[in-house]
Design a protein around this ligand. Structure first.
Ligand SMILES: NC(=O)c1ccc[n+]([C@@H]2O[C@H](COP(=O)([O-])OP(=O)(O)OC[C@H]3O[C@@H](n4cnc5c(N)ncnc54)[C@H](OP(=O)(O)O)[C@@H]3O)[C@@H](O)[C@H]2O)c1
Length: 310
């Protein structure tokens, strides 16, 4: 949601989907629309977001032509049509903010999305300049979330972000890391500050954040957005050449990606997860992790034991 308009993101989307579905899909197919995505509440507001979003590091980072941008725009379009909302980007991801901003503007889907970016600068002036650049690149007047990237100059940047929140220019503020060596500082900042969001790395084979960070997020009423759910390519490499275990069907997994993502989003403190997604087949696959059954405690232990023996 953006710009102070009394517009519900989902409602806008439903209207859009209904219109395009009526126009393009034969009536027999309408009943086959996939079920809605599982959602979680952002503790500081009670607003819900789907548990699977999109991360834009790397594949969105070096786009120089419209032809290169077109497949990413198509992924973002389908993402929104299927009920996806959260898109994570950052000023340090090369062209990613501009790719998202240009695509979203072209598609007219800003109000259907939850746009999260970051500030990764030292000093108040540099931080403010970078944030203004993000507003221009993402082509929005209101950001859904701005987080301090990798805890860089946290106190200074959080002061600016709080001003922006007060002024209605960002709806939420937060901090991010993907480095275990920063967890102690992350934890201290979470205890000291009232944060809407943290973003942290957590994956089936890399579970350190569940020891202290995720329980603390739950205690503090802070939403947890998860980065690196596949450890970039690491988890796919670990299972290369292996079939999914038959018991993965008990949690409605039809792919390794869904197996890895369902583990992440079934943690009670996790609000959403942002797998890097640039290909249409990966989009469909990943959104499948936000549908059907999620693992409970004993299934989660079974998944951990499985990956730990590889
Ligand atoms: N400190 C921070 O704030 C921080 C740090 C790291 C990451 N992040 C955020 O977190 C996001 C996620 O991290 P990431 O993108 O680096 O790593 P990731 O999500 O763990 O893995 C992305 C990789 O998985 C592949 N993939 C995606 N879906 C797949 C599927 N269904 N089947 C097979 N392969 C699949 C992607 O392939 P393709 O590229 O071929 O689609 C890409 O190579 C980033 O994009 C970024 O937005 C933030």
């Amino acid at each position: 949601m953006t710009d102070g308009l009394l517009v519900n993101r989902r409602r806008v989307l439903e209207i859009g989907i209904a219109a395009s579905a009526m126009a393009l899909v034969p009536p027999s197919r309408l009943v086959a629309e996939p079920p809605p995505l599982v959602e979680r509440k952002i503790p500081s507001s009670g607003e819900s977001v789907p548990v699977i979003g999109i991360g834009t590091a790397r594949r969105y980072a070096a786009i120089t032509t419209d032809a290169e941008r077109a497949p990413l725009t198509a992924v973002l379009r389908r993402f929104a049509e299927l009920g996806g909302e959260v898109i994570d980007t950052a000023p340090s991801y090369g062209t990613a903010e501009a790719v998202v901003g240009d695509s979203v503007a072209e598609l007219g889907i800003r109000d259907a999305l939850f746009l999260a970016t970051k500030v990764g600068a030292s000093g108040q002036t540099a931080g403010r300049e970078q944030i203004e650049q993000s507003f221009r690149r993402l082509r929005t007047r209101v950001m859904d979330l701005i987080a301090v990237h990798n805890l860089r100059d946290t106190d200074t940047q959080l002061r600016t972000l709080r001003e922006l929140k007060h002024a209605g220019r960002t709806r939420y503020v937060g901090i991010t890391t993907s480095f275990a060596r920063q967890y102690a500082e992350l934890e201290q900042t979470m205890r000291r500050e009232r944060l809407d969001f943290i973003q942290v790395d957590y994956a089936l084979d890399h579970r350190e954040a569940s020891a202290r960070i995720l329980p603390l997020a739950a205690d503090r009423g802070t939403a947890a957005m998860i980065n690196l759910p596949f450890g970039r390519g690491r988890l796919f490499k670990a299972v290369q050449g292996r079939e999914l275990p038959p018991w993965a069907a008990e949690i409605d997994c039809v792919s390794w990606a869904q197996f890895f993502l369902k583990y992440v989003v079934s943690h009670a403190a996790v609000t959403c997860c942002i797998p890097g997604t640039s290909k249409m087949e990966h989009l469909f696959d990943n959104l499948g992790a936000a549908r059907g059954r999620l693992p409970g405690a004993s299934m989660r232990r079974r998944m951990e034991a499985f990956i730990d023996t590889l």
